[in-house]
Design a protein around this ligand. Structure first.
Ligand code: SF4
Length: 381
């Protein structure tokens, strides 16, 4: 094992980790061959996968990849089956009313994906003759398709030697090459290392094999190195680092942002929620209206001017904290009970707001940080 050093990033838990030097011991051809041999024996059978020797249907690949964004395979399967039974091709989906698509999506979360799915289907039907573009460079221009999804569709449906890299694949690659620069700084390196492994033929199978390896063998906490087909070429395994990689910044390394959230409760029991912009953090999800999340809170009288309704706002004791990938958030919670006919202020951005009955909060598209805020704001004092 190479000399022990403290890896870049400076966090305490990164001590005793070998220096990040992609190793020649992980030879791309060997890795691809070994992984594909394993996958031919062990591949997961999933409803959107095509049996060996059959040409994949780009619609099914696209539909599954959109559904799988930020969702587990297990959660996606019943939704995928229902969508496919109801809208068997992209033209059928494009002809469906948006409301029906959104209703069928209910329960899968991140509703911006459903809106983009429908928008993309219409675009394909109306401007591409019902056929998906075949290259990742064209696919990435379509609504709801980012670089990962474009690479996945291009590789799986069209055989392009593209390499989709998500968190699972980053983990496998960080271990194969013993990359000890913490995420997210290591992302570009991991992406190019993943690309270096991708074979010119069977790129789609290779991408799916990496996904399966990350899901079933090279798992986050306890990688099953003893049964791994890549064990002999894995540097993290050789160095005894497998379970430690990839390194992530410790909580203390993440900057703190603060804000003030307004839990407005109407006399009829409804709570005011607002839809976040489609792009960006928690895009398209519902939130409790709040001030900007920034390094420091403005003076209280100024912060309270961002309240979504006029009322008697009072501070709920305690704060709500949440850790995102790149920062920690601490929110002070203010609460007000207001009459049913209360008008929203200009600052609330009324077009994005809705009053949601308390009994419907559980099924609302609220991310976990906002569930904490609602629970804190509504708790009995
Ligand atoms: Fe992951 Fe272990 Fe396989 Fe390396 S040997 S790729 S750490 S499961």
């Amino acid at each position: 094992m190479s000399a022990l050093i403290r890896a870049q990033g400076g966090a305490g838990h990164m001590r005793n980790v070998a220096k990040a030097q992609p190793s020649a011991s992980c030879r791309p051809p060997d890795t691809a061959v070994l992984l594909l041999e394993w996958w031919d024996r062990e591949r997961r059978e999933l409803p959107w996968r095509t049996p060996p020797g059959r040409v994949p249907d780009p619609y099914r690949v696209w539909l599954s990849e959109i559904m799988l964004q930020q969702t587990t395979v297990k959660a996606v399967i019943p939704f995928y089956d229902r969508f496919l039974a109801r809208w068997p091709d992209v033209t059928a989906l494009a002809s469906a009313p948006l409301d029906e698509v959104l209703a069928a999506w209910a329960g899968l979360g991140y509703y911006s994906r459903a809106r983009n799915l429908h928008k993309c289907a219409k675009l394909i039907a109306e401007h591409h003759g019902g056929r998906f573009p075949t290259g990742s460079g064209e696919l990435v221009k379509l609504p709801g398709i980012g670089p990962y999804t474009a690479a996945a569709i291009a590789a799986i449906a069209f055989g392009e030697a593209a390499t989709p890299v998500d968190g699972n694949i980053e983990r496998v690659v960080a271990r194969l090459f013993a990359v000890t620069v913490p995420l997210p700084a290591s992302k570009p390196t991991l992406k190019s290392l993943a690309a270096s492994l991708t074979p010119p033929a069977r790129a789609g199978d290779f991408a799916q094999a990496l996904m399966d390896l990350g899901a079933s063998v090279c798992t986050p906490k306890r990688p099953s190195c003893l049964v791994c087909p890549l064990q002999t070429s894995c540097r993290a395994h050789a160095d005894g680092l497998a379970a430690q990689l990839p390194l992530k910044p410790t909580k203390a390394d993440r900057p703190l942002r603060v804000g003030l959230a307004f839990v407005a409760l109407r006399e009829d029991g409804s709570v005011l929620l607002r839809r976040r912009p489609e792009a960006g953090l928690l895009g398209g999800m519902l939130e409790v209206p709040s001030t900007e999340w920034s390094d420091a809170l403005p003076p209280l009288d100024q912060a309270l001017r961002a309240a979504p309704v006029h009322g008697q706002w009072w501070a709920v004791p305690g704060t709500v904290t949440h850790t995102f990938t790149h920062f920690r958030l601490e929110l002070m919670i203010y609460r007000a009970v207001v009459p049913n006919e209360t008008a929203l202020t200009f600052w609330a951005d009324p077009q994005r707001c809705q009053w949601v009955p308390r009994r419907a909060l559980n099924s609302a598209a609220l991310p976990s940080v906002m569930r904490k805020v609602v629970a804190h704001g509504l708790r009995e004092q």
